[in-house]
Write a protein that binds this ligand. Structure first.
Ligand code: DQA
Length: 148
């Protein structure tokens, strides 16, 4: 099936940006590892990053047309602000897993609230780039159950 790794604002700076919080792996490293992990399980992973809310919304709309089965989504700071992204995900009704590199509950209080978490399949955070790998593993297991 088609899986989309979707990355929100500032995640293009991974590896450079606050490495003590977000780690030293770049987004390209992460996407390459995810593509390999998906392929090994017989799936196809695409990825997209944008710093702009409307572009992320557009990519979510496109995911409905291109038959994306599941989205692994790190919405970055839009997690804590965006009703529009929530509405887009609800509109396309594609299951998604919310991912964070950092443990958002161990940081500033404003990071504790997510506009997306309650409509996500699940939320994984706090494991650095492994958060993505764990989310993709959960996605692959879920897709296997859906096929059965
Ligand atoms: C983040 C956590 C958000 O609070 C923050 O705004 C980010 C990254 C994470 O992956 O830990 O940009 O989503």
């Amino acid at each position: 099936a088609k899986i989309l790794a979707l990355h929100g604002p500032n995640l293009n700076l991974l590896g450079v940006r606050e490495p003590d919080i977000y780690g030293r792996e770049t987004l390209a490293d992460i996407n390459a590892a995810l593509a390999e992990q998906a392929q090994a399980a017989g799936h196809e992973l695409g990825w997209y990053q944008s710093n702009a809310e409307h572009e992320l919304i557009g990519r979510i709309h496109q995911a409905r047309d291109d038959q994306t089965a599941l989205i692994v989504f790190n919405p970055g700071a839009f997690t804590h602000t965006s009703i529009a992204l929530r509405d887009a995900l609800a509109a396309v009704a594609i299951p998604f897993i919310e991912v964070h590199l950092s443990n958002v509950h161990a940081r500033e209080p404003f990071r504790r609230h997510s506009y997306l978490a309650d409509i996500a399949v699940g939320v994984i955070g706090g494991f650095g780039s492994d958060s993505y790998r764990l989310a993709l593993d959960a996605a692959i297991r879920r897709l296997a159950r859906a096929d059965a």
